[in-house]
Design a protein around this ligand. Sequence first.
Ligand SMILES: [Zn+2]
Length: 85
Amino acid sequence: MDALMVDGNAIAGLLQEVFAVEMTTAIMTCTSCGAREPVGAAHVFRGAAVVVRCSTCDNALMTMLKDDTRVWIGFVGIRTLEVSV
Ligand SMILES: [Zn+2]
C-alpha cells in the first residue's frame, strides 16, 4: 500500500458533485485485466489530478481534474461502468 494512496471512498464528495447516482458502489470493469470492482474499492492517488487505479493490476481506470467551475473526467481504463438507478 502506497502512503499516498487512499481508497475510492475518499473521492465520494467529488463524485457526488458530478453524478446523480451513488458512485462509490458503481462497478467498474477494467480494460486491462477484466476485474470488476466498486469505485469505493479502487486505489486512488491524488496529485494535480485524481487517478483511480485498478486494485488488481494497477491500470489507470479514471482520471478527474477539477477547477473552480469545471471537472474533466477521463474513463481511460474502464470497459463498462455499472450503476444502480
Ligand atoms: Zn485491472
